[in-house]
Write a protein that binds this ligand. Structure first.
Ligand code: KG4
Ligand code: ZN
Length: 357
């Protein structure tokens, strides 16, 4: 066929994803196998376990994506695969599989940077031009960057400790929300959002906004989470609870955590917007803030960011939820973006190794 078609493969964390996307952004086929349930039960990702699950699932996921697309491997223009950053053991599975395919079918190989793929996803669904501001918030990522081109990014800030999704997951675990009848199958972030709707952020007084005295765009969530842990301990004592019992005020604490994390995210993003305006980094009119990552599906956080973009005359853009979290589509699309931009691609994956950051 005349249009270029890319197979994308993603295994950087706990999702095995593959997709076939064409030059015009049509998703011809996709498959995704999440390990979230396994890791939720274990209380966190154990890298060798993630590696084993990727190994078990990758062949089925890639085959499903290809057969759904009706494209045979021979017809592919290139194979694009996440090579960094992520869990080394997980990345290795996708990379080894890709190397095998690239050699078997003699296809060009496009190494993909996972963050670049997240940043570019919006261009699959919305016709947004460079440059634009990106806020990436998930279980593993927290950064603010100006996307100036397909492979041109200016980093404005990142988390100095953990990511917001990680903070939400840990708070949910500390509150034993898996035992809550309404939250058992939810991720930590979803559980906090769900319970927060039934609570009030009564306990925010006395909490300091993290990094308030640092005039930059970096984030920090661990201090905030420690403060919340102290609050939980105090409440558990007041209610005379044994370890593992649910607090009667869990909803209020969920609302408090969500509110504090939201305020911090909004404050740092506001700083980034002001910095971009001062430095003339974005168009003076109709500049866009793109928000992606698993935490971007939180409606409370979205509403707060919407208020911020309204007040600063930015346009808020979010990819649909299924594209905000890790998936193969964003990797294939990043491959298309790189082909269209005429960026160099590798004509063999031989000897390509995962290099730790
Ligand atoms: O993007 P993602 O699937 O994986 C990576 O971390 O790369 O994001 C997962 C994270 C988890 O920490 C989860 O708790 C959080 O996103 N999350 C949410 C919500 N849904 C998922 N956080 C807040 N509110 C939500 N509704
Ligand atoms: Zn990700």
């Amino acid at each position: 066929s005349l249009t270029r078609v890319v197979l994308g493969i993603e295994t950087s964390c706990d999702d095995t994803g593959a997709a076939v996307v064409d030059e015009t952004g049509h998703v011809l086929g996709e498959a995704l196998c999440s390990q979230k349930d396994v890791h939720l039960k274990a209380g966190g990702i154990i890298p060798p376990v993630a590696q084993q699950l990727h190994r078990e699932n990758i062949d089925g996921v890639v085959s499903d994506a290809l057969s759904a697309s009706g494209i045979s491997p021979k017809e592919l223009t290139a194979i694009a695969t996440t090579v960094k950053p992520g869990l080394g053991l997980s990345l290795g599975v996708g990379l080894a599989y890709s190397v095998k395919m690239v050699n078997q079918y003699k296809k060009p190989f496009i190494p993909i940077h996972h963050m670049e793929a997240h940043a570019l996803t919006i261009r699959l669904t919305n016709p947004v031009e460079f440059p634009f501001l990106v806020l990436l918030i998930s279980g593993g990522h927290c950064l603010l960057v100006v996307a100036r081109g397909v492979s041109d990014y200016l980093m404005l800030g990142q988390s100095l400790d953990e990511a917001p999704g990680e903070a939400l997951d840990k708070a949910a675990r500390r509150l034993y929300l898996v035992k809550h009848p309404e939250c058992s199958a939810m991720s930590g972030g979803q559980a906090i959002e769900h319970l927060a709707q039934q609570g009030n952020s009564l306990h925010c007084e006395g909490f300091k906004l993290p990094m308030a005295r640092y005039p930059d765009c970096n984030f920090s969530f661990s201090g905030l989470r420690n403060d919340v842990n102290r609050l939980i301990l105090r409440k558990e004592k007041e209610e005379g609870l044994q370890e593992g019992q649910l607090l009667s005020c869990a909803a209020d604490i969920a609302a408090t955590v969500q509110h504090l994390i939201t305020r911090h995210i909004v404050q740092r993003t506001h700083r980034a917007i002001l910095f971009c305006k001062n430095e003339g980094l974005l168009p003076p009119k109709n500049a866009s803030l793109v928000v992606s990552g698993g935490v971007a599906s939180n409606q409370y956080i979205r509403r707060a960011l919407r208020a911020l973009t309204d007040a600063t005359e930015f346009t808020l853009l979010c990819p649909p939820s299924r594209l905000c979290t890790d998936n193969g589509i964003m990797i294939a699309w990043n491959g298309i973006e790189r082909l269209r931009a005429g960026l160099e691609i590798l004509h063999t994956a031989e000897g390509f190794r995962y290099e730790p950051k």
